[in-house]
Design a protein around this ligand. Structure first.
Ligand code: HEM
Length: 129
């Protein structure tokens, strides 16, 4: 879960650069040639062969308006844990290192965990002891 803050109001153009897509017409922006990358670019993971590894994402808005807290519950599914770990590393450390995901300037991660969810046939194949 993370919460968002109202720290500094940004122009729409700055918001689009941080996310990596235009707001009004929903067009993907090209990745920056160098320097600060958008969230979309940092969250796109390629392996050493240039193959892209997508994850399945779910978000649920959450909040406690009375205490001015607004945010989202995020869950990412992947059969390869390294893909999600690589995204988090790119978001928090940045690529290049030091230029972290600017979403983190406006939101604060509060909790996080990893679940192993084996499929039913794998569970059934495990020995009872
Ligand atoms: C502060 C919390 C976050 C917010 C507000 C957020 C928001 C977004 C938004 C708006 C997009 C759409 C970009 C587009 O237009 O294509 C996006 C894409 C994505 N996000 Fe996040 N995100 C957050 C955290 C995360 C986390 C923690 C992960 C994974 C560990 C993640 C993984 C991704 C991925 C994989 C994409 C798709 C990138 C692509 O198009 O290839 N995000 N996110």
């Amino acid at each position: 879960m993370c919460t968002t803050s109202k720290r500094g109001m940004l122009q729409a153009e700055q918001q689009e650069a941080i996310i990596g897509r235009t707001k009004l017409d929903n067009v993907e922006l090209d990745d920056a040639a160098s320097g600060q990358q958008s969230h979309k670019a940092l969250a796109t993971i390629e392996d050493e062969n240039g193959d892209e590894h997508d994850i399945l994402r779910d978000n649920m808005p959450s909040g406690s308006p009375g205490s001015g807290q607004f945010g989202t519950y995020f869950i990412g599914y992947s059969r390869r844990l390294w893909v999600i770990e690589r995204i988090l590393q790119r978001m928090f450390v940045g690529d290049p290192p030091g230029l972290h995901d600017r979403l983190l300037d406006f939101s604060k991660p509060l909790t996080g965990t990893t679940f192993f969810a084996p499929f039913a046939s794998l569970l059934a194949s495990l020995d009872s002891d």
